[in-house]
Structures are given as C-alpha cells and as structure tokens.
Ligand binder design. Structure first.
Ligand code: ADP
Length: 630
C-alpha cells in the first residue's frame, strides 16, 4: 500500500512560501488545526443525523492537544469525521490549483511586504503546520470505514500515504516541532493560544503534557477531572454587552479565514415570526471570487447548535454575498437538507430579516459619514459598492433602500469624492426639476462630455454613471425621490425657469431659421450616419455633440453590448450644433469641398467626444493635418 507522491507542482512553491514564515505569526498554526478538527466534528455530527451508524461508537466529541517533551511533538486529535486514503490525498495533497496560481501570481505582483496578508485570504490552513514543524504525520480513520491511513510529509516536495493503526474514528495530526519552536510544548503557551484564538470552538479542547509528572505523593488522591481550555460559548448566543471586541475579531478571523478585523460587526436576534440569533460581519476586503458566477456566500447555518453548512445560498441575497457570519435558529428541523431549505418558509423569513439588518447597518455606517477612502462607509463602498448595486436590479422589495446607499461622482463634486442621490437632490438648483446624469465608459469621458455644458451653466449638477453596471441600473432608475432621472445625452433637454426655457427655445428656433441652408447641407452629407441635425440647447463651449433618441440605447451601452459580441442594431443619433459657437458661424460661410471636409471633421469630433472611435482614422488625420497646415 505504501505509496510515494509528489505534491502538485504549484504546491511545492506554496509550501515553500508558507514555511518561510510568511504568516506574520507562526502561532496561528494551532488555530488552523483546531478549526479543522472542529470542522471535522461538525461534519461527523451533521452526517450522523442522517446515518446513525456513523456514530455507533457514541462519541463524546472532543479535541485533544498532547505535548510530548521527550519526542518534541505536539499532537492535535479529534474524533470527528476522519479521512480515508483518498481524502488524505485529495485534501492534503492538493489545493485548488487556480487558487494557488492566483496566490503565487499575486505574491509575485505585490512584492514581499504584503505577503503575510495575502496568505490569510487563501486559507492555507493545514499547511501552516509546516511553519513550526519539519515533519507532519496525520493518522486518520474515517467514520464508517474499517481501515486507518497515515499521511506524512516534511513539507518540502512530497508526501507519503500508508496503512496505519488507529482504533478510534477521527484524526490525529502530529507535529515534529522545529528546534526553535519548542515553546509549543509548554502548557501555558498552548492555553494562551487556545484562549485567544479558539475559545468559542464548540467542543472541549483538552491539554495533556507528556511525560506525565509522577506525583507519587498524591498517589491515593483521585485524579482531577481535566478541564477544557476553552469556554465553548457560541459567541452569537451571548449578550452583546458580554462580548469583547477582540472576541468578535477573533471569531471573524476564524470564520472568514481573514487576517484583519472586520469593517463592521452586526450582532442581533431575530424575533417574531422566526426566532434566530445572528452574528454577521462586513469584511474590509473582497474575496478573489466576488465577481465569479458561483462566488461562495459566507453564512454558516446552525440549527440548535449543530453546524448544518456554510454554503446555503438561500440565506443571503446575491448582492450581499460579501457578508460573513452565522445564523442559528431553533425553528428549523435538524435534518434539513439543501433541497428542503429551498421551500422552507422559515429560511425565507430569516433571509429577509438578515437582509434588512445588513441594510440598516450600512445605513448607519453611511450616516456616520467620514471622508477617508479607507474608513467607514467610503471604505465599504470602494470595495463592495459595485456588488451592492446589483441589488437595485434584483431585490425589488429593498431597491429603494439600496438606491439611497449608492454613491456617485458628479460634475461638481471634487475628483475622488462621491455623493449620494439624496445629497444631489438637496443641492439641486432652484428651478431644477429633474436629476441629470450622463453615462460614459470612463469618468474622464463623463467629465468632458459636451452634453453637460448647459446644465452646468444653469447651476445644475450632473451625476456620472461611469461604471458599466450603472448602465444596467438606469432602467430600474427611472425616478428617485419623485424626480425623473434624465440622461443628458438623450432626447431634448432644457434648463432654467419656464420663461428661460421658452426664451431659449425661441432663440434656438431663430438660429435654426438662420442656419437653415447650412443644417440642410450637413444633414444631406451625413444622412447615412445621423437621424437629424438640429440646433442644440445643451451645449455651451463645444461646437457639437451627438444625442440619442429619448428611449434609445446610449452610445456606451451599445459599445458594451458589442464588446460582449451581441447583435446591436445601430440606431442613428442626432447631431446637435451649437449655434452660438464661432466655428459654426465660420462653417456657415464655407462651400463645396471645404464645407464637406469641415462637416466630416465636425462629426468625427462629436464621435470622439462621446468615447466612440472615428470610422476612418486615416482619413480623419489627413483632414486634420490639412486643416492644421492652413
Ligand atoms: P480548509 O480548512 O481551508 O479547507 P485546510 O488546508 O486547512 O483547508 O484543510 C484541507 C482539507 O483537509 C479540509 O477542507 C478537510 O477536508 C481536510 N481536513 C483537514 N483537517 C482535518 C481533520 N482534522 N479531519 C478531517 N478532515 C480534515
């Protein structure tokens, strides 16, 4: 049976990184191994609900730490689910290679100083053992199986799986401590580590030091009942006032495999129709998979203290997938399966309560304000804002609350700062009725859009939708706070008081009359490209711009769909010219080829201004060069 294996190539590199003390604190190896032991017991307990035979040994679940000072070993044992030979190979011989690859690439890209932080993200868990040990032996017997197996490695490049002897079900991980890591044989050190990292683990953790002290003089006394090192109280079941901030942080780090404290902690009880306790966290940074279609959602479900699973999509809406935490309810049957949960009314109620609570927490965070990009709501927004936006589209019942949480750059907001739509509405100009916005691929394009010129001249601010996601939201966003959202690159617009608007219209009509022949000539020349040519009411400094029909797709949306290989019927846009602009006055006097070339350049300019490319760049540069020569 003895088989020698090579770690998958990337793992070798990975182990090397881990072992070379990439974790800032080597001591966390214990937390990782104890967490794994606890997970294995959770699993045994859960599967035992469905298959009683798995627990035929009627186990009192526990985790044992045994330090042997003679052998220089620390062993971590559990009577959990165990692993067979296949599991050992699969779980301890491979890490999802994409994750590893991403990891090593990220490490290379980031440079040395940030490496420890990266590691936490990938939850290398078990491999942390090699930080303190030069050899690790795992002996395991899987519940329901006859045979036990061992896994041994020095963490350098290969591991060995072999038959082994083990009476009880479960796993023992023995660390042969490195010479400079002997402190982990001391009881006080282990106690301290369990207390600070693993106190809330739900199973008792016991310590035993070997060789046992010979207490001859106490021979006749009954040996003391060993006391667990941990208090085992589920944090979420304790009253908020009794939990210290560092306990929350430690629990969060355990849960999320994170290295940093969370941005926000939400601890609450659901009461009323469904009773449950919940402890939720908003992390400071996003997981690597946050935009993947099957991104893992981070809520663990417990039913009456039994861990049921942590991959229940149904507890959280997709747009809150960054939240980590625990939900514990006594109102669910213990033998819940994923399929059953689908139709559980209780789950739907929990989901709705959890969602509402998270949105409240975000609302509070936003209210607190804060100017710094790495603090408070802004920190949240910069990392997860885009994910939250999805909710406007997918969660109708909460869309209005989510809309209030959105932040945007605007024309009047200094670069780098953002405002909410409420802020925008509060600062609206006296006669402004609508909320103005413009869509662009990039913020800079939005800032330089000719279409926003008149709005700004009239003191109206313009919201920039410069994130591709915003384009999709526009449809769900026809109104905000009773005000229409108006795209300045579409349809006809006018600004100011009713009189001003009337006057403006008259001026435009008059100008159109004066420019009749010129507009007619431009229209004739560009009839394949544009639907109409008219005098603009939205331009101030620029000579021209392109606008779409009131209900047409915007130029940036069109480009986005094309980039996704979708068939998009090209809808002709309207070319607007600024009748006040000296260039237009000049062009009016041109004839023949000179006029034709100028019209062509004018149109190309309008295309460039909206972020599109000119149809014939070669001809464009030729025309421009000729013009410059003049
Ligand atoms: P993670 O815990 O993040 O999945 P680890 O590297 O810590 O990653 O562990 C890899 C896998 O090995 C675990 O997911 C689990 O399947 C298995 N494993 C580790 N320790 C134990 C244990 N004590 N009992 C049973 N399985 C274990």
């Amino acid at each position: 049976m003895k088989k020698n294996h090579l770690f998958k190539a990337e793992i070798g590199q990975m182990l090397d990184l881990v072992v070379n003390s990439l974790y800032s604190k080597k001591e966390i190896f214990l937390r990782e191994l104890v967490s794994n032991a606890s997970d294995a017991i959770d699993r045994a307990k859960y599967l035992g609900l469905m298959d009683k035979d798995l627990l035929s040994d009627a186990p009192a679940f526990r985790i044992d730490l045994v330090a042997d000072k003679d052998a220089h070993t620390l062993a971590i044992s559990d009577n959990g689910y165990g692993m067979d030979a296949d599991d050992l190979e699969k779980n301890l011989g491979t890490i999802a290679s994409s994750g590893t690859k991403a990891f090593t690439e990220a490490v290379k890209a980031k440079g040395e100083s940030t490496i420890p932080e990266l590691i936490g993200k990938f939850g290398v868990g078990f491999y942390a053992a090699f930080m303190v040990a030069d050899k690790v032996t795992v002996v395991s017997k899987k519940r329901g199986e006859e045979k036990a197996f061992s896994w041994t490695s020095d963490g350098l490049g290969s591991y060995e799986v072999d038959d082994a002897e083990r009476d009880a079900f479960g796993t023992t991980i023995t660390l042969h401590l490195r010479d400079d890591q002997q402190e982990y044989l001391d009881e006080w050190r282990i106690r301290e580590l369990v207390k600070s990292y693993s106190d809330f683990i739900a199973y008792p953790i016991f310590f035993k030091g070997l060789p046992e002290e010979k207490k001859d003089d106490k021979k006749d006394e009954k040996p003391e009942e060993p006391k667990p090192l941990n208090t085992m109280t589920a944090l979420w079941k304790r009253a908020k006032k009794d939990v210290k901030p560092e306990e929350y942080t430690e629990f969060y780090c355990h849960l999320a495999h994170d290295y940093e404290d969370p941005l926000e902690t939400i601890h609450f009880s659901g009461e009323g129709q469904v009773e449950f306790k919940s402890l939720l966290f908003i992390p400071k940074h996003a997981g690597m998979d946050i935009y993947m279609p099957n991104a893992k959602k981070g809520l663990s479900l417990y039913v009456r203290n039994v861990f049921i699973g942590n991959d229940f999509d149904l507890l959280l809406p997709d747009y809150l997938r960054f939240v980590k935490g625990v939900v514990d309810s006594a109102d669910l049957p213990l033998n819940v399966s994923r399929e059953m949960l689908q139709d559980e009314a209780v789950i739907k109620k929990i989901k709705s309560a959890v969602t509402s609570k998270i949105l409240s927490a975000l609302e509070d965070l936003k209210k607190k304000g804060g100017e710094k990009a790495d603090e408070g709501y802004l920190a949240f927004w910069n990392v997860f804002g885009r994910v939250l936006k999805e909710g406007v589209h997918t969660d109708w019942s909460n869309a209005d609350r989510i809309k209030k949480l959105l932040l945007y750059p605007t024309a009047k907001t200094p670069a780098g700062k953002l405002v909410s739509l409420d802020d925008y509405v509060k600062a609206m100009a006296k006669d402004q009725k609508d909320i103005y916005y413009i869509c662009a691929d990039k913020l800079e394009d939005a800032r330089h859009s000719p279409q926003i010129e008149q709005a700004l001249k009239h003191g109206c601010d313009v919201v920039f939708f410069a994130d591709p996601v915003d384009e999709w939201l526009v449809d769900d966003f026809r109104e905000y706070d009773g005000k229409k959202l108006v795209d300045l690159a579409k349809g006809e617009v006018s600004f100011g008081t009713e009189e001003e608007q009337k006057a403006e219209k008259e001026t435009a009509e008059k100008a159109a009359g004066e420019l009749k022949d010129f507009l007619g000539a431009v229209k004739e020349q560009l009839k394949e490209q544009v639907a109409d040519v008219r005098v603009s009411t939205r331009l101030a400094e620029s000579p021209c711009c392109l606008v779409a029909g009131a209900n047409a797709m915007s130029a940036s949306m069109e480009r986005m769909l094309r980039a996704m290989n979708q068939e998009v019927p090209h809808e002709k846009r309207t070319l607007e010219v600024n009748a006040q602009h000296p260039l237009i006055a000049k062009m009016k006097g041109l004839e023949g080829d000179a006029l034709k070339d100028a019209v062509e350049l004018l149109y190309d300019q309008a295309l460039i201004a909206e972020g599109s490319t000119v149809p014939d760049p070669g001809r464009f540069t030729k025309l421009l060069t000729a013009l410059m020569m003049k």
